[in-house]
Write a protein that binds this ligand. Structure first.
Ligand code: GAR
Length: 205
């Protein structure tokens, strides 16, 4: 049996992307195993969902630490203790310092609800509606110190319809998030997709 890559999912909220990764990883031939779900918020809904699925969970509450560095050192220690090889940010809503990003460079990926490089940051669906774009979507990328600027692993598009509001658009994008994040994690965990010289390269064969 092949060894599966030990993966942590970092969340701050309801954890629907986490659930899609857990679902994919429940298949025996999936190249990553979810070894830990970590939340910076004790009240994150995703924690109960992970526990229900029998996954180890950790709370590292950013409010319990004097500064960002101390918080990130505690997270890093939890990840190292769990033998984590890949980190998936899934609705993790803390900006990470260059120190933490460099520690996990090439081994940390994120899902963002827009077609990057359009609409970085927050409220991406509102940004898309205000810009009047006719297509919108989501991106999985390697995390680099600059926010939402990392090399792109996977993207998916959805149409923007006249009359869409933020909630309708977010729901349409989320369906695609749940589809592409497990695919992208599989590519990274199997070594098919990797960060090299600031780009995502794909190994074939
Ligand atoms: C998702 O739409 C994710 O793309 C977004 O937060 C939502 C989390 O939902 N992430 C960001 O905006 C990161 N900047 P979930 O907790 O149900 O996965």
């Amino acid at each position: 049996m092949s060894v599966r890559t030990r993966t942590a999912i970092l969340i701050s909220g309801r954890g629907s992307n986490m659930a899609s990764l857990l679902g994919a990883a429940s298949a025996p031939d999936y190249p990553a195993e979810i070894s830990l779900v970590l939340s910076n918020r004790p009240d994150a809904g995703g924690i109960a969902r992970a526990q229900d699925a029998g996954i180890a969970t950790r709370i590292v509450d950013h409010k319990a630490y004097p500064d960002r560095e101390a918080f990130e050192q505690a997270m890093d220690a939890a990840l190292v203790e769990a033998g984590i090889e890949i980190v998936c940010l899934a609705g993790f809503m803390r900006v990470l310092t260059p120190w933490f990003v460099r520690r996990w460079e090439g081994r940390m990926i994120n899902i963002h609800p827009s077609i990057l490089p359009l609409f970085r940051g927050t409220q991406t669906h509102r940004q898309a509606l205000e810009a009047g774009v006719r297509v919108h979507g989501c991106t999985v990328h390697f995390v680099v110190p600059e926010l939402d600027a990392g090399p792109i692993i996977a993207q998916a598009c959805v149409p923007v319809y006249p009359g869409d509001d933020e909630a309708a658009l977010a729901a349409r994008v989320l369906v695609e998030e749940h589809r592409i994040y497990p695919q992208a994690l599989a590519e990274v965990a199997s070594g098919q997709a990797l960060l090299r010289d600031g780009r995502c390269v794909f190994r074939t064969g």
